[in-house]
Design a protein around this ligand. Structure first.
Ligand SMILES: O=C(O)CCC(=O)C(=O)O
Length: 294
């Protein structure tokens, strides 16, 4: 049995972490990445945002004379860095994260999404939501690994969660919102929890927040008093489940739709005979500065 030291300095066995995950819907895994890996990812973020690795959809090109920090400040988040960055692709397989995933999901685990949040001073957060609303699995196995690349604090817009909100296994409705605190994402509503029930998840750089796809969570604007709040997020699920994500092709029965731009991180893929596809391209996520495209 593995023992790790939690963010509060208490030793925790893998069993403790798994129990907390099931009880609260989230758990903090300290030291998921080491300091050198965190630094390598921060440097890769600059290359990615500069367009050195590939064109980033929705992003303006480099500005002559712009500092690396000012370049980063133009980005809220880049989706799918793992498709063009070997460094980001490697982080998807972070051994401590994958070991925990096999305990909470099962032996066969695939990933379909990565997101590199840059979230500089003043950038908005995301309103209450459940990740399974956006990435449906058939067996409720969606699990996020949110890896801090800076110390994530209330000041710079860390995650907030509603502990235990995953347990009902209910997806709540979502609607557009125009709160300046948040980007253009829809907000979940009509759920039986209050904002006062929420807890901030402050974690040091290198720690991962592992959370369930039904957990209600959000993040607030970066106040600008504690620098960048970079984070690399991966979504995982059981490889046994089909992934009915994105548009269903015309000739495919909705119940058999299976998005195949996936990466196996543990075990075996029961659908390996289908092969994998190369669909997702890196994309800059709009913040509200440019308005919301509705
Ligand atoms: O990093 C953030 O600010 C929000 C991330 C989030 O909500 C998610 O990954 O689902």
């Amino acid at each position: 049995m593995t023992t790790v030291t939690t963010a509060t300095g208490q030793p925790a066995t893998t069993t403790d972490l798994v129990d907390r995950y099931h009880r609260d819907g989230f758990v903090v895994l300290p030291g998921a990445l080491g300091p050198a890996e965190v630094e390598e990812l921060r440097e890769e973020a600059v290359r990615l945002c500069r367009g050195d690795l590939a064109e980033i959809g929705g992003a303006a090109g480099p500005v002559p004379g712009e500092s690396d920090e000012d370049l980063l400040r133009r980005f809220l988040c880049v989706h799918y860095p793992h498709k063009v960055s070997e460094v980001a692709a490697r982080a998807m397989h972070a051994p401590a994260v994958v070991a925990l995933l096999t305990q909470v999901i099962g032996p066969n685990v695939k990933s379909m999404q990565s997101m590199l949040f840059v979230k500089s001073e003043g950038k908005p957060g995301q309103p209450w939501h459940q990740d399974e609303y956006f990435i449906p699995t058939r067996d409720r196995s969606l699990t996020a690994a949110w890896i801090a690349l800076d110390d994530a604090t209330v000041e710079n817009g860390c995650l907030w969660v509603l502990p235990g909100s995953h347990r009902r296994g209910v997806l709540y409705p979502a609607r557009d919102q125009d709160d300046d605190e948040f980007d253009c994402s829809v907000e979940a509503y009509d759920f039986p929890y209050q904002d006062d029930d929420a807890v901030p998840v402050e974690v040091p750089a290198g720690a991962a927040v592992i959370f369930n796809g039904y957990l209600l969570h959000r993040s607030l604007r970066n106040s600008g008093r504690h620098g960048f709040r970079r984070a690399l997020v991966h979504h995982y699920m059981s490889a046994e489940s089909l992934l009915p994500w994105r548009a269903v092709p015309d000739n495919v029965h909705v119940g058999m739709h299976d998005f195949r731009d996936i990466v196996m991180v543990a075990g075996e893929d029961p659908y390996a005979y289908k092969g994998v596809e190369d669909i997702s391209r890196p994309l800059s996520r709009p913040d509200k500065d440019g308005g919301c495209d509705r």
